[in-house]
Design a protein around this ligand. Structure first.
Ligand code: ADP
Length: 476
């Protein structure tokens, strides 16, 4: 069932129940009021008739009966006088000569009651004249009737008029009830439309978002629960569209990386293949070229190996499979062991490699990974520094940090390349990098490891002047 139908049917049900309840209670109240009114009115008439009769003290005089009939007519009432034994000796609606045919009235309920308590009332169908009547009787003690010393005076009023009035009132109430239900029903239909309109708009927008249109937003019309819901859906769509953009970017980076990887692998592989094929095709027997060709083939095999090694490293870092093991260790020991390993390479290239370590401090990190970082940075510094230059490895304690840097007097990096230098496969000069055995992945690995130590790799460089790579570690 639609929400609108639910709201509408509930409204209508409540309306019908409410209106019927009010109608029935009102009708009941009016009926009670009318009955009380008729009773009081009849009481007054009875008092009037009794006053007239007792003043005259002439219950039986024929002439008085004419006057009684006039009073009965004027009061729209039936007047009956009954003697103590129940015999009717006057009734305004029965001719005198028919009185003897009337039943004894002693057992009429109002007379019974009046005989015991002076006063009696009843409401019933008259056996004597046929209509429904409201009767009220009173015993008058000591009245002289000739036959006994007390009489009952009874006044009755036909209920036809009252019943007619009641019918009119009930009809009016019924009509008003009907009008109220129609009116409220009409208003409910309109209200339910207005009330569900924002929900309909929320549903439409949510469906559009589900179907991929992430730019859709729900207008927030009020600061109520629906407004909150709309806001939440809007935020969700916003987050989703950001997430999707991020995923698309990641996907793009991934496919670019794959393209780069295959390109990088292809070059040494083709060269290797070329040298081997030339050798097989006969060069192997030519002592002038066989050895240099084999050496070149080996060089490319080394390159392939280096490339694969770095690729495995970077993929294990990026897939978070590389487990870091943090501990405290001496920064001097790390730097000196690294420099000792790179010394021969530096000498081979005619580069002076030295350390400048102030006080020795203990730093917190993964020593093996940091050794890899230092080896990479020192290796780059030596590779991109021409013979005669210097490379200096420094450590400086600063507050709760220890700043480690590798400074060279090499070729430097043009400013526009600096921000991208640590991207995978990004090189300033591709041929030069290959020439010195670079894979283009070294700085990307360095950056990852440094960031895993909650630090940043900082690069300062001036072309032809040299470069400084630095990062910070936490001290003990
Ligand atoms: P590669 O294997 O090519 O050296 P890296 O990721 O280590 O790859 O470095 C990326 C590029 O950054 C290098 O190709 C080079 O252009 C530049 N570079 C890195 N270190 C230095 C340095 N000390 N001096 C000048 N250029 C450098």
């Amino acid at each position: 069932m639609k929400l609108r139908t639910k709201i509408l049917s509930t409204y209508l049900l409540l309306t019908v129940v409410g209106v019927v309840l009010v109608g029935v209670v009102t009708a009941f109240q009016i009926q009670t009021y009318l009955e009380r009114h008729v009773e009081a009115d009849l009481g007054e008439r009875l008092t009037l008739v009794i006053r007239f009769l007792s003043e005259e003290q002439l219950w039986l005089q024929k002439e008085r009966r004419v006057q009684l009939s006039t009073i009965a007519e004027a009061l729209h009432s039936r007047i009956t006088i009954i003697d103590r034994s129940g015999i009717v000796f006057y009734d305004s609606q029965v001719p005198d000569d028919s009185l003897s045919y009337l039943q004894n009235h002693l057992h009429r309920a109002e007379i019974q009651q009046a005989s015991k308590q002076t006063f009696g009332i009843d409401r019933r169908q008259s056996q004597s004249v046929g209509n429904a009547f409201f009767y009220m009787a009173r015993r008058i003690p000591g009245a002289s009737t000739g036959r006994s010393d007390s009489v009952y005076v009874r006044v009755a009023r036909s209920l036809e008029e009252v019943e007619g009035m009641q019918k009119d009132i009930f009809l009016t109430i019924g009509f008003v009830m009907f009008l109220a239900i129609v009116l409220i029903g009409f208003v409910s239909i309109r209200l339910s439309k207005t009330a569900t309109r924002p929900i309909v708009s929320i549903v439409q927008t949510a469906k559009a978002i589900r179907d991929g249109d992430l730019e859709q937003r729900i207008p927030i019309l009020a600061q109520d629960e629906l407004g909150e819901l709309s806001g939440a859906i809007n935020e969700m769509a916003q987050t989703l569209s950001n997430d999707i953009r991020r995923l698309q970017r990641l996907e793009q980076v991934r496919s670019e990386f794959l393209g780069n990887v295959s390109h990088e692998l292809r070059t040494p592989l083709f060269s290797l293949q070329g040298f081997l094929e030339t050798l097989i095709d006969g060069a192997v027997d030519d002592p002038a070229v066989n050895r240099p060709f084999l050496e070149k083939a080996l060089h490319h095999a080394h390159r392939l190996n280096a490339l694969l090694h770095d690729l495995i490293q970077i993929s294990s870092i990026e897939s978070r499979e590389m487990i870091m093991s943090f501990r405290y260790f001496s920064v001097r020991e790390l730097l000196e062991s690294c420099v000792a390993e790179m010394k021969s390479l530096a000498e081979k290239r005619g580069v002076r490699l030295s350390t400048d370590i102030g006080e020795d401090v203990r730093v917190y990190g993964d020593r093996d990974r940091l050794k890899q970082v230092m080896t990479n940075l020192v290796d780059n510094a030596i590779k991109y520094t021409t013979s005669g230059g210097t490379v200096k490895v420094r450590a400086r304690a600063a507050n709760d940090l220890c700043i480690i840097s590798v400074q060279d007097t090499g070729i430097g990096i043009p400013e526009e390349h600096i921000p991208r230098i640590s991207e995978r496969f990004y090189r300033v000069d591709r041929d030069r990098s290959r020439g010195v055995g670079g894979t283009g992945l070294g700085l990307a690995i360095v950056k990852h490891i440094v960031e895993a130590h909650e630090s940043q790799l900082r690069i300062q460089s001036t072309v032809n002047d040299g470069s400084t790579f630095s990062f910070a570690l936490k001290r003990a």
